[in-house]
Design a protein around this ligand. Sequence first.
Ligand code: PGA
Length: 260
Amino acid sequence: MKKRLKPLIVGNWKMNPATLARAEKIFVDIQKGLRGRVAVSDIAIAPPLPFITELQQLTGSQKISFIAQDVSAQEVGPHTGEVGTSMLRSIHVRASIVGHSERRAKGETDEIVNQKLIATVKEKLTAILCVGEKERDNAGDYFNVVEYQLSSALKGIKAEDLKHIVVAYEPVWAIGTGKHATVLQAEEMRLFIQKVLSDIYGRSLVASIRVLYGGSVTADNADELLRAGKADGFLIGGASLEAKEFVSIIKTADHYAKLS
Ligand code: PGA
């Protein structure tokens, strides 16, 4: 049986909230909610980039890392609006989400996702690589979709770089819809993702890669997705903006971290 990995809980704030003051309030409330907790799961928050340095000043005793929601495939140069990996590193940001479906919906191709992944691991930052089908059909085509997304994203990624990669299975139909994947669907896809990775890199290396689940995760469904779905953690949108809800999910994950 696969050893349980330490859960990673990531809050993806997307383009929320509208002001720094509101972001600070949410972050302070999360920290208050976690007060006294003996840290066991890993926690990260991906706020809008302009808020990161201010939020870093508010960090208390709870270890919460800040990560980026996206990253450029370019290093520096004439790329208006983009932010490169070395810029992230220089403000102590050590990870980024890559290939989120909301970026893919705006035209990010598998090729661009691959270039971003290469740029991220080259700088030794962690990439949270998002994959997931738009819809579920009866023929099981969603497996092909995820396999293609994975294999094209990982083109040129060497085995020794795998330690910088976390995969997040985020079925697009479950994102922001309130309709999360069933534990069976989540568990089945996690196993499939591990198989695809094992076919490329071999089983032993893949055993330590975390496969998160994302898509309408709440305090109500977190326990079953961790227990029965055996997720290695979550990528959480809406519920990560509600301090109480996010804290509750973290505490649920802490229970499983003790089993890891
Ligand atoms: P959600 O978003 O939790 O609001 O469904 C998840 C995500 O987009 O990462």
